[in-house]
Ligand binder design. Structure first.
Ligand code: FES
Length: 256
């Protein structure tokens, strides 16, 4: 795994929903090698443990990456205090990302809440071949729909309370699409029950499916065993490292 640790300049910062921030970071050597599905590990000022945040955008020409994250505690709260022009301490790019296959003709990208950001680089890679289904608690929590549309992807929005888009979970419109057929691949990131439901629909309909798992991480580079997850390889149970073997796994590998 090739990764770089450094201090990089925050080029742009914006709040895109309540307690959700978007940072664009100037880091040409990271942008040059980063791929969809990988993550960055950020050290917040005053904290030893880094916080893993998925990559939401990669611009190799401008030499930038974008991250979108939610304040979930004091560490991410500290990161959110950084402003344009500040330095951010980052270890990146980390992990095993999504499989992007130019031969795929139709793919479905499914993001649940803060699992939506890693879908954006995939939408950029697949453009009009992608249908992006996103689910949020309510209209106030909705993020990245314009960004997804700008890639050429078709977007389907769901909210748990019906305050925007379809009233219900992402699995409802996804099941309809899956049963119509002709989907080459599904990529998903979000809460475990959502991922489990999507994996089951893919299995029933024989669709290739990759999911990105979220796990607490300490080292982020496969050295501490802090992010173990039960998987199966060659029909044998195997404790994989989410940080190194994942965060992206084939859905068939995961022992739900
Ligand atoms: Fe240390 Fe994965 S976070 S092994």
């Amino acid at each position: 795994m090739k990764y770089i640790q450094g201090q990089y300049i925050v080029k742009e910062k914006s709040a895109i929903a309540r307690e959700i921030y978007s940072f664009t970071i100037a880091c040409p050597e990271v942008a040059a090698v980063a791929a969809p599905g990988q993550f960055v590990h950020i050290r917040a000022k005053g904290y030893t443990l880094r916080r893993p945040i998925s990559i939401c955008g990669i611009d190799k020409e401008k030499g930038t990456i974008r991250i979108v994250f939610e304040i979930r505690g004091e560490g991410t709260g500290e990161i959110a205090k950084l402003n344009q022009g500040d330095l951010i301490d980052m270890l990146a790019p980390l992990g095993h990302g999504f499989t992007v296959n130019n031969n795929f003709k139709k793919v479905v990208l499914i993001g649940g809440g803060i699992g939506t950001p890693p879908m954006l680089p995939l939408a950029k890679a697949y453009g009009e071949k992608a249908v992006a289904i996103s689910g949020f608690r309510n209209a106030c929590a909705v993020i990245l729909q314009d960004d997804l549309r700008k890639t050429g992807a078709e977007t389907i929005l769901c909210t748990d309370d019906g305050s925007a888009g379809i009233h219900g979970f992402v699995t409802q419109p996804f099941r309809e699409l899956a049963e119509k057929g002709s989907i080459d691949a599904v990529y998903a990131c979000g809460p475990m029950p959502m991922l489990k439901g999507i994996a089951a629909i893919c299995k029933e309909n024989n669709i290739f499916c990759e999911i990105s798992l979220e796990e607490r991480m300490a080292c982020g580079i496969g050295a501490c065993l802090g992010c173990a997850c039960r998987t199966k390889r060659n029909n044998e149970e195997y404790f994989a490292h989410v940080c190194k073997d994942g965060p992206v796994f084939n859905a068939e590998e995961v022992l739900w």
